[in-house]
Design a protein around this ligand. Structure first.
Ligand SMILES: [Zn+2]
Ligand SMILES: [Zn+2]
Length: 319
């Protein structure tokens, strides 16, 4: 708590002084206490690293500009020029290692991206994925169990999706039919160089809701940061998270976080809930739980009618 107190004393004046470069420099030197992250330190720091790393590598050479016939030697040479132009010195004993690593990652990415055409999902692949799941077909992200009809439709057999009359206001799966259908999901998005359908490590089955909100995001910071609210008929105005925050938390979770609970995603669908119910639905204030451990589960599932009209987007975050 001492570190948090010292940190807040230094950081809070920055709330109204974010255009002061001295303040920005001061904040950069401030050690961020663990308590700021609640229990999400690894996620929040790890995902920030993806953003920093991506910007660093892209700054050395913009691989989107690479010609179609580029070979490794060209990339190697461009990366050396990029590193030098970025101010890194060739005199350093570490230069070559950095040069090789950056060249390798950029070249691999270019190879994955160039001339790629999405493979189409065949009936055979669908059947293989269904049998791989051994009759326990679920979304790899949220653990939602697919209905008999959604499996039928996935296998190009007759079936129909029944939309539920109630949806979870923190994660409204089931407002459209797609949400409840089975989709073949690329864990690392195909559009970002992730392996296609022949890479079984990169594909899995997901519900349409998770797939649609995961989209091409990776880091939790990739989604819009503004808060949302929902007009709940019994609770009044309540805070709701950006859909992708829920997806990222659920995808990384394998079990309910309630102490002593043994429910895993392999057994049941998982949900997010507030840690502090009067705080906003920021990623730091959300926890992953099973259905039994939802706080006030009676209030969680609300009428799907006019759901969208009762959601307000774009509430400002503090900073
Ligand atoms: Zn899902
Ligand atoms: Zn539980």
């Amino acid at each position: 708590m001492e570190l948090l107190s010292a940190y807040l004393k230094k950081a809070i004046p920055g709330v109204n002084d974010a255009w002061n470069k001295g303040m920005v420099a001061d904040l950069a030197l401030t050690i961020t206490p663990e308590l700021i992250f609640f229990d999400k330190q690894s996620l929040l720091k790890g995902d920030m690293t993806f953003v920093w790393l991506s910007w660093f590598i892209e700054s050395i050479y913009d691989y989107n500009l690479a010609p179609d016939n580029i070979v490794y030697a060209d990339v190697f040479s461009l990366v050396r020029r990029g590193l030098l132009k970025s101010g890194l010195s060739e005199d350093s004993e570490h230069f070559v290692v950095i040069w090789k690593n950056v060249s390798k990652v950029i070249y691999t990415f270019i190879c994955r991206m160039q001339g790629r055409k999405r493979q189409s999902v065949t009936k055979t692949l669908k059947e293989d994925l269904v049998s791989l799941a051994q009759n326990d077909l679920k979304c790899w992200i949220c653990g939602y169990r697919f209905s008999h009809d959604s499996i039928q439709l996935f296998l190009n057999q007759p079936g129909s999706i029944q939309l539920p009359s109630l949806v979870d206001y923190l994660s409204p799966r089931g407002l459209v039919e797609r949400d409840l259908k089975i989709e073949v999901e690329h864990k690392q998005p195909f559009s970002s160089g992730g392996g296609d359908l022949d890479d079984l490590d990169n594909i899995d089955l997901s519900c349409g809701y998770c797939n649609r909100h995961k989209w091409k995001f990776l880091s939790i910071y990739d989604a819009n940061r503004s808060l949302r609210s929902f007009s709940h008929s019994r609770l009044g105005l309540v805070s709701v998270p950006q859909p992708y925050w829920v997806i990222r938390l659920l995808a990384l979770a394998d079990r309910c976080t309630e102490a002593g609970c043994t429910v895993t995603k392999n057994k049941q669908q998982l949900y997010v809930d507030f840690i502090n119910d009067i705080g906003s639905a920021a990623p730091t204030n959300l926890k992953v739980v099973c259905r039994k451990h939802l706080r006030n589960s009676g209030d969680r599932f609300v009428s799907a009618v006019n759901f969208k009209d009762r959601t307000k987007k774009g509430r400002r975050s503090l900073l």
